[in-house]
Design a protein around this ligand. Structure first.
Ligand code: NAP
Length: 300
C-alpha cells in the first residue's frame, strides 16, 4: 500500500488525480486543498484542508498523515495575475515549495513537484529535460525558483514539467481552448487564433497519469509530461472544428503580437517525451483522442 498526499485537489490536475488515484487498489489517497472540499464525491479518500502558504499547516498535515509520496500540483497558475500580484505569486509558487520540502524532509516522503514549459524563453522548443531555463514572465520565474528549491533540497524528488493542460473539471470557471473554439463556432462567432506559438497540449488525464507513474516508481529527476504533438493554437482550433464538424471559415489566423496580454508568453515550447516514455512507460493520447475524451465528458 502506498500513501499519496496531493496538494491543490480542487484544481484541474488535482481533480484528475483524485479520480485516478481512488481507482488504484494499492493507493491510499489524502487529498488536500485550501478551504472546503469542492470535489463532487468524497468516497475513497481522506480530505484535509491545507493552505500551502501556511507553513505550520503544511508541516502539521504532512506530519500527521505521514505520506510515502507528496504530489505537489497546487500553484498560482494565472500567468497574467502573477505578473501583477508578484508577492502572492512568490508566496504560492516559491515559499510554499519550501514548506512542502521541509515537511517531506521531516517525514522522508518522496516529492513529485509539478512545473511548466514557461520556465523556458520559447526561442528553440521543443525542449528535453536538460534544456536551460530562461523565463520571460514572473510566473515562469517563480516556477523556476520553485524547481530550484526542490532540486537543491535533501529530499528524494522528481519534477514533472507540463504544457498547456486541457480538460473538463467539476465547478471550474476556467475554460480551455477546445471548449472556447467549440462554443464560439457553435454560436457563429468569428475567432482569431495565433499561428506563431507552439505547444504540446496536454490532456489533464495524461498529466495525472504521468504524475502517478512517477509516484508509483518513485522515479527521481526531471520528466517532461505533456501531449505528444507540437502544434500551434490555430492548428488546435482547426482540429477542434474538424472533430465537431463546425465551420472552419470562422477561424482566422493571427500573430501573438496582435493580442495585448500583461505577461509575455514563450513563442516556441513543446516537449520531447523520450525520457518519460522509456523510463516511466508514459504514453499520452493524441490531440484528437484528447478531444474525444473531453467530448465524452461533456455528454455526461
Ligand atoms: N494549466 C496549465 O496549462 C499548466 C501548464 C503548465 C504547468 N502547469 C502546472 O500544473 C500544476 C497544476 O495546474 P492546474 O492546471 O491544475 O491549475 P489550477 O486548476 O489553477 O489548480 C491549481 C490549484 O492550486 C490551488 N492553490 C493555489 N494556491 C493555493 C494555496 N495557497 N493553498 C492550497 N491550494 C492552492 C488552487 O486552489 P483554488 O482552487 O482554491 O484556487 C487550485 O485548485 C501547477 O503547478 C501549474 O503550475 C499548468
Amino acid at each position: 500500500m502506498k500513501k499519496i498526499l496531493i496538494t491543490g485537489a480542487n484544481g484541474l490536475l488535482g481533480q484528475k488525480l483524485v479520480h485516478l488515484l481512488t481507482q488504484q487498489p494499492n493507493v491510499e489517497l489524502i487529498a488536500t486543498a485550501r478551504g472546503n472540499n469542492r470535489l463532487p464525491f468524497s468516497e475513497g479518500y481522506t480530505y484535509r484542508s491545507m493552505d500551502i502558504t501556511d507553513r505550520q499547516q503544511v508541516l502539521d498535515v504532512i506530519n500527521e498523515t505521514h505520506p510515502d509520496v507528496v504530489i505537489h500540483g497546487a500553484a498560482m497558475t494565472d500567468v497574467d495575475k502573477c505578473e501583477t500580484q508578484k508577492d502572492d505569486c512568490w508566496s504560492q509558487n516559491v515559499h510554499a515549495v519550501e514548506y512542502i520540502v521541509e515537511a517531506c524532509k521531516a517525514t522522508d516522503a518522496f516529492l513529485v513537484h509539478v512545473s511548466t514549459d514557461f520556465i523556458f524563453d520559447g526561442a528553440e522548443g521543443p525542449y528535453d529535460e536538460t534544456a536551460e531555463a530562461n523565463p520571460i514572465s514572473f510566473y515562469g520565474w517563480s516556477k523556476q525558483a520553485g524547481e530550484s528549491v526542490v532540486r537543491h533540497s535533501p529530499v528524494r524528488w522528481a519534477i514533472a514539467r507540463t504544457v498547456l493542460v486541457y480538460g473538463i473539471a467539476h465547478d471550474m470557471s476556467r475554460s480551455n481552448i477546445i471548449l472556447w473554439v467549440k462554443k464560439s463556432l457553435e454560436d457563429g462567432k468569428n475567432i482569431k487564433v495565433v499561428t506563431d506559438q507552439w505547444r504540446s497540449p496536454t490532456l489533464a488525464e495524461d498529466l495525472a497519469m504521468g504524475c502517478y507513474l512517477i509516484a508509483d516508481q518513485e522515479a527521481e529527476g526531471i520528466f517532461n509530461i505533456s501531449g505528444k504533438e507540437v502544434i500551434t493554437p490555430y492548428e488546435m482550433a482547426i482540429r477542434t472544428a474538424d472533430y465537431f464538424s463546425l465551420d472552419k471559415a470562422l477561424i482566422a489566423q493571427a500573430d501573438a503580437s496582435t493580442f495585448t496580454q500583461v505577461a509575455r508568453r514563450p513563442p516556441r515550447t513543446g516537449f520531447v517525451l523520450d525520457k518519460a516514455r522509456t523510463v516511466l512507460g508514459y504514453d499520452p493520447h493524441s490531440f484528437e483522442e484528447g478531444i474525444a475524451v473531453l467530448a465524452s465528458q461533456l455528454n455526461k
